[in-house]
Design a protein around this ligand. Structure first.
Ligand code: CMP
Length: 137
């Protein structure tokens, strides 16, 4: 069993898509091991996305991630990291495959509805950034 970290971003929460996206999570065999709603502060968002701090979209991305509540998730499944990225689809919804979450729900490359860890190392960092081990069941 592998763990990955996921976020339902402000654009998804604002459009009442939590239930529709979680339905896909569960029907695709993921176990929701931890979940909470949060309104991120700018420093929290900047720390979370620090790997992107030199990218031109960093300021806009971190502003967007604080613009409304998000859902933070720890998901468990065999090969969860790859499986969740496959289910989300490409970062840019215009390039996402049919039937993926981002193809169906994302607004654009920034407001792309969901986040997922891209490696085991980043999953460990991202999970521990928001959850203690005691909250993961
Ligand atoms: P996410 O998977 O959370 O990882 C970084 C985020 O930056 C990405 O989803 C998008 O929301 C955002 N972003 C905005 N512009 C770009 C871009 N040009 N390339 C990649 N990510 C971008």
């Amino acid at each position: 069993m592998e763990r990955t970290f996921a976020i339902l971003k402000p654009d998804a929460v604002e459009r009442n898509l939590i239930g529709k996206i979680l339905e896909r999570v569960e029907s695709n065999g993921f176990k929701i091991a931890a979940m909470k709603k949060a309104l991120l502060t700018k420093p929290q968002a900047e720390g979370f996305y620090y790997v992107h701090k030199e990218r031109p979209f960093f300021g806009s991305l971190t502003e967007f991630m604080c613009s409304g509540p998000v859902i933070l998730l720890v998901l468990e499944k065999e090969n969860a990291i790859t499986a969740w990225r496959d289910l989300m689809g490409a970062t840019n919804p215009e390039e996402a495959d049919e039937g993926t979450i981002r193809k169906d729900f994302a607004v654009n490359i920034e407001k792309n509805s969901t986040h997922g860890s891209d490696s085991a190392e980043n999953a460990a960092f991202e999970i521990s950034y928001f959850f203690s081990e005691l909250e993961i069941l």
